[in-house]
Ligand binder design. Structure first.
Ligand code: ZN
Length: 431
């Protein structure tokens, strides 16, 4: 007797009419027409079952702090950093833990079960570090939370940042972060990349840097990041987050740069919701979009994972832990509107993000943990179009969250009395 059987599911790779069997918390079989009985059966009825959503770039120490102590009026990255600097001395351990746990509840409801969060280490108290280490343990049964030691105010620009970053790693923070474009000079930025990669290499850790989050086409720290990755043998273990300066760079230079990023097997992590809102703020018209060159990176074979970055914090007033919202924005900003490109955008918030985070046990495959989400959509394109309802969110075969399908009653003479937007999917676009 199986623990769980999901009948007649579609999978993101295009397989349809598949039955998914779960026993002992793991996927036991994935094939059509399984002859088996289970304690619980779910009829997917041709809907999409996907591995859980993943957010490879987030700031859980700042989330849900919107308005504390005031709002970001200019809407720029730099005012956001200044505002966070005002909030930092006011933080309490309990408040950071409570906001993070509350955010994680929302994440579970959205089928978001793996998150990489940067945590600011430019605070001698390391208050946010201790708080998020506690949260990492608390949410372990339902969310994989990776923490990045992030020197928000600059490794060299902020006194004591390197000491505090090393203390955070000693406490158990997983990954080495950085922010080279915020150092005082280009030389300092490059030196910070070098130093931080050396720290990661010495400790056998991964790297994930905020890199070139600026409209300045001369910000080329990803070039140094690629070179240091190869020099130190860190290929495949380094991520460059944002990379927005690439949007504004000269095409000839980019034609040299992208192969260097590919050679170093750097994971690119754009954050479309934030890049489209924070970048281009100093432009009149035409205004740059600011997001990095996603289709070109993908064409070069570079792994692109999309992050949410912010949810109701000093940098962004919106956000709802919905990675389909992130994919939806990427489709628009990068004009990834072909069917294949939209499927790539879906991959970028699922499998690509798993690769970027080094999650080995991810995916709907026999023997892997039975983590998945049943969506009220038939395929990845419809999932993105609808920001589809998460009908059921499962972890180790247990149902963590359920949402009823959207059903609106309408009162129009001679027209249907109820409506679910998911029923509007074009038939030829499914399967
Ligand atoms: Zn960030």
């Amino acid at each position: 007797m199986l623990d769980l059987l999901i009948r007649n599911a579609n999978l993101p790779d295009g397989r349809s009419g598949v039955d998914i069997a779960v026993s002992d918390g793991r996927f036991d079989a994935i094939e059509p027409g399984l002859d088996a009985q289970a304690r619980k059966t779910i009829d997917a009825d041709g809907r999409l079952v996907t591995p859980p959503f993943i957010d490879p770039h987030f700031h859980m120490d700042a989330t849900l702090s919107l308005g504390q102590p005031r709002l970001n009026r200019s809407g720029t990255l730099l005012e956001g950093i200044a505002l966070w600097g005002e909030l930092k001395p006011l933080l309490t351990h309990e408040a950071v833990v409570e906001r993070a746990l509350r955010y994680c509840d929302l994440a579970v409801a959205r089928g978001l079960l793996s998150i990489r969060s940067h945590v600011d280490v430019c605070d001698d108290r390391l208050l946010a570090v201790d708080a998020l280490l506690e949260v990492r343990e608390k949410v372990k049964p339902y969310i994989d939370l990776q923490l990045v030691a992030f020197p928000q105010d600059g490794l060299f620009r902020s006194p004591g940042a390197e000491r505090n970053l090393l203390r955070a790693l000693d406490k158990g923070v997983d990954i080495v972060g950085g922010i080279p474009h915020f150092e005082r000079t280009m030389q300092d930025g490059a030196a910070s990349v070098q130093r931080l990669c050396e720290i990661a290499a010495e400790r056998g850790l991964r790297v994930d840097m905020h890199c070139d989050e600026t409209d300045d086409p001369a910000s080329r720290h990803v070039e140094t990041l690629a070179a240091e990755t190869v020099r130190l043998g860190l290929e495949g273990r380094v991520a460059g987050s944002h990379l927005t300066s690439m949007h504004s760079m000269d095409n000839y230079y980019v034609s040299k740069l992208i192969p260097l990023i590919a050679e170093a097997r750097i994971h690119a992590i754009p954050n479309p919701l934030i890049n489209i809102t924070l970048q281009g703020r100093h432009d009149t018209y035409p205004k740059r979009r600011g997001m990095t060159r996603v289709p070109e990176l993908l064409s070069a074979g570079i792994n692109v994972a999309l992050g949410q970055d912010c949810c109701m914090d000093p940098w962004y007033s919106l956000g709802s832990a919905d990675m389909l919202d992130v994919a939806h924005m990427a489709v628009h900003v990068a004009q990834m509107t072909s069917i294949d490109a939209m499927k790539q955008a879906f991959d970028a918030v699922t499998v690509n993000s798993a690769l970027a985070m080094g999650l080995d046990d991810y995916g709907i495959e026999k023997g892997r943990p039975a983590n998945c989400v049943l969506l009220d959509a038939r395929d990845p394109v419809e999932a993105i179009r609808l920001r589809a309802t998460r009908l059921a969110v499962m972890r180790n075969g247990e149902i963590l969250a359920q949402t009823e399908p959207c059903a609106t009653r309408i009162n129009l003479d001679g027209r249907p009395s109820t409506l679910n937007p998911a029923d509007y999917a074009p038939v030829e676009a499914s399967g």
